[in-house]
Every structure is written in C-alpha cells, then in structure tokens.
Design a protein around this ligand. Structure first.
Ligand SMILES: CC(=O)N[C@H](C=O)[C@@H](O)[C@H](O)[C@H](O)COP(=O)(O)O
Length: 232
C-alpha cells in the first residue's frame, strides 16, 4: 500500500465510490492470483476505488499493482457449518498478517465451524485485533443490528439471498439497504447481485456508503450465461 492507512482514511476513500470484487474460486475458470491481479488492475483503471478479494495469494498479487483499499476475505468450507466467508480465527489471522484495510467476515446468526456464533466470537476478535477494521457480511436486518451492537465498523448485505432463511429474496436487496441506512450510523455497504449501472445509481441514492460489484464485472462465465439465456 502506498497511502496512509487509517480507519477514517479508508472509509473516506471509498465513500460514494465503486468497489469491485475480484474473486475466482478453485472451481472457477479464472482461478489464478495473476488473473485476479489483472482484474483488479483493470478495475482500478476503470475507476474503482476499492477492491474486494479472496485469499492471501490473490491479495498479495493485487497489491503489486493496485493502490486502493482492500476488503479481504478468505473463503473456506468446513464440514458441519454453512459459514464460509472468513469463518474462523485462523483466516482472520492470515488476513491480518497479510494486511488488508478491512477484513470481512460472515456475521450471520449461523453456527460457525468452531461451534460459536458471531455474538460469542466477535468480542474475542475485537480484543485480538483492536485496530483492524471489520465488515459484517449479513443476510438480514436482525443480523446487521447484532453486528452493530457488537462493534463492527461497517455492515454489508453480502449474504442476503444466500442463507437458507433468505433464499429467493430479490437482489440487490434494496429494501434491506433502505432500512440499514435509515437505522445505523456506521457505513452501510451494498453488496450482492448488483448487475447494472442503473442499480448502482439507485443504491447510492438510498445513501449507502459504498457498493461492491463482483460477478457482473469479473466473472465472464456468469456474464456469458446471461447473454446466452437471453437468446433462450
Ligand atoms: C455469497 C458470496 O459468496 N459472496 C461472495 C462474497 O465475497 C462473492 O462470491 C460475491 O461475488 C460478492 O459478494 C459480490 O457479489 P456479486 O458477485 O453478486 O456482485
């Protein structure tokens, strides 16, 4: 990173701007730190002011050419738990060691791989990393409310539509965003299912702090599918 990193500075830099998520899991065709590095670089040249990325290898590669705040996650599946975005202290430790501006973690009410809930584990996370910014990836209003109470630095709608109890919710989840912006005085981050510039415009009008767009920009296989489906 080439800029002064501080909590205020991070949120200032991304305020009202676009964040692009550059992710490709091992099961996806573009899985490669090199490719994600190029994706992030392209996003930066296109005007993105932040990057969301998965895994230490990708983040390290992205940092070589991209001088923007990074929201880091580590997606990891553990048997017996549905929580997969930065699910345990191990992934948080790796991200903290690598150095990212914001660490995003699953903040749903679901039981984590270590048997805890976010309400039980977050105080320990905060105590261990008092100066690190944390984003709560939520799926409902109640989860966001709990994340706020726990002291998360910002709240995202990342998991709306992806928990069993939110399946089928229309994305982007405008209704949830409206309620969050109205009720919480920390940055609200719109994330999940944003496909068009018009949607981004509408979402910023609600008053979100920033918006993350992933698939619509960085997953060509999914983008192709949409065009193919349109043909029928
Ligand atoms: C649910 C889940 O695993 N979401 C992940 C979280 O990091 C990513 O796979 C998404 O691409 C990201 O949230 C951006 O959303 P969209 O790709 O819809 O613009």
């Amino acid at each position: 990173m080439f800029y002064m990193r501080s909590k205020e500075n991070t949120f200032e830099r991304i305020h009202g701007k676009l964040i692009v998520s550059c992710q490709a899991l091992p099961t996806e065709p573009l899985h490669s730190p090199f490719i994600m590095g190029r994706m992030a670089y392209a996003a930066m040249l296109g005007g993105a002011k932040g990057i969301r990325a998965n895994g230490v290898e990708d983040i390290r590669e992205i940092k070589k050419t991209v001088d923007l705040p990074i929201i880091g996650i580590i997606k990891k599946d553990y048997e017996g738990s549905e929580v997969f975005i930065t699910p345990t202290m191990d992934e948080i430790a790796l991200l903290h060691e690598e150095g990212v501006d914001i660490i995003a973690i699953d903040a749903t009410k679901r039981v984590r791989p270590d048997g805890t809930t976010i309400s039980e584990i977050f105080p320990k996370i905060r105590e261990t990393y008092p100066d690190q910014l944390f984003m709560a990836d939520c799926s409902t209003y109640e989860e966001a409310e709990e994340a706020y109470r726990l002291g998360f630095d910002c709240i995202g709608t990342t998991l709306s539509g992806y928990t069993s109890y939110t399946k089928g919710v229309e994305l982007p989840d405008i209704a949830l965003l409206e309620r969050l912006v109205k009720d919480f005085d920390i940055p609200v981050i719109a994330e999940g299912g944003i496909w068009t510039p018009e949607q981004v415009k509408r979402i910023f009008e609600i008053g979100v702090h920033t918006a993350v767009v992933g698939t619509a920009i960085t997953r060509p296989m999914e983008i192709t599918k949409r065009f193919v489906e349109a043909i029928g």
